[in-house]
Write a protein that binds this ligand. Structure first.
Ligand code: M6R
Length: 361
């Protein structure tokens, strides 16, 4: 049941502290500053030179997040939309690892991409929530995100768990492949260990409902981010359109001036995602849209209060590691989408025309 919540989506958003605890359980040695995945011993990926993620929708956004992290570790990593990859696969050699990211483990586009990769000789690894799902049978290896069943069509807790599981997997891959354990891994792992509590704080203190109320009935809703926060912006927009039926788009902040800025008016609220110092550049883009009359909503660590004072609204997140902060920002955006859709009276758990798992191309 919904345990007293009006919708499964809201229940699942609120389950995130617990689902994240399950995802990381036994996988982080905080004292030693090490990742320990029982499925993959140290050295399991020493032959891997490049990583290709294949996935769709929210899982694709989690994959983009992970690809950005691996790229920052000096690896060759790309996130492909599985449906496109199945038609036009990227080159593969014996050092290529193809990671299929799929909550359900049943998505047709993702399965097609996996088959193409496998036939071309790639090593294949499934990252999924569902034990015994088709993708686990098709891939050489599996890593389970352990988020528990998700009923709402909108993926929420599984995005958070995917990002965490992929972060841990990425750390294992990068260490094995490059042969060095990054000194910075300790602070990242501490950030992940603190994440369940930090998410709880966001849930307890969120001002998302009031912001959704204030921005009711606009023409379009835009979401901007850079680096890993780009994937959070795309995810924020996907969730918003999927359940509210309002037009929403996510952009890389750098993309804005190359076209989308033409759409910006006082009737197009713009959300900006800031995860840490490196993202402060997005502020100039946000000031630009504000000068054109757009309401600006910034999701940013509470400590950035003075930097984001110019914004019309601030959705604060607790202090965290920048690579973890994207997950916290996304929780704020999940709540914005939920409350916007709720005010519009949408059938939140079962949006029109959509299915929880898309088993045809
Ligand atoms: O089960 P999968 O993760 O493979 O599903 C992929 C997409 O169909 C899915 O994430 C979809 O985009 C969600 N409804 C988004 O909330």
């Amino acid at each position: 049941g919904k345990s007293g919540y009006p919708h499964f989506m809201l229940k699942e958003i609120h389950e995130q502290p617990e689902s994240l605890r399950q995802t990381i359980h036994g996988r982080i040695e905080t004292l030693a500053g090490k990742v320990s995945l029982e499925e993959f011993d140290a050295g399991a990926f020493e032959d891997v030179e490049r990583v290709q993620f294949v996935s769709m929708g929210t899982s694709h956004h989690a994959s983009m997040y992970a690809a950005a992290q691996l790229t920052a570790r000096g690896m060759t990593a790309n996130a492909y939309m599985a449906g496109e990859y199945a038609d036009c696969p990227a080159p593969i050699d014996e050092h290529t690892l193809v990671v299929a990211v799929t909550q359900s483990g049943e998505t047709a586009d993702t399965m097609n991409a996996v088959r193409r990769a496998r036939d071309a000789g790639a090593r294949t690894l499934a990252v999924t929530n569902v034990v015994g799902s088709s993708v686990t049978r098709e891939c050489d290896e599996s890593l389970f995100i352990r988020a528990g069943p998700e009923i709402g069509v909108a993926a929420t807790k599984t995005f958070s768990s995917q990002v965490v599981a992929l972060t841990l997997l990425g750390e294992r891959i990068a260490e094995d492949s490059t042969g060095v354990q990054r000194a910075a891994v300790r602070s990242l792992l501490e950030g992940l260990a603190d994440l369940p509590g930090d998410v709880q704080q966001v849930l307890d203190e969120s001002n998302a409902e009031g912001i959704a109320d204030a921005l009711y009935g606009c023409d379009s809703y835009f979401f901007l981010g850079r680096g890993p926060a780009h994937s959070v912006a795309l995810e924020g927009a996907l969730k918003f359109k999927e359940i509210s039926y309002e037009h929403a788009e996510g952009f890389a902040a750098s993309e804005l001036k190359h076209g989308p800025l033409a759409l910006v008016t006082e009737n197009t609220p713009v959300f900006g995602v800031i995860t840490g110092e490196d993202d402060l550049k997005v502020i100039s883009n946000l000031k630009e849209v504000q000068a054109r009359g757009a309401p600006v909503i910034v999701v940013a660590p509470a400590s950035f209060e003075s930097e984001v004072e110019f914004a019309d609204y601030h959705l604060p997140i607790p202090e965290s590691h920048p690579e973890v902060a994207g997950i916290l920002a996304n929780v704020q955006l999940q709540l914005v989408s939920y409350h916007a859709a709720d005010q519009l009276g949408r059938p939140i758990d079962k949006p029109r025309n959509l299915a929880k798992s898309v088993t045809v191309e």
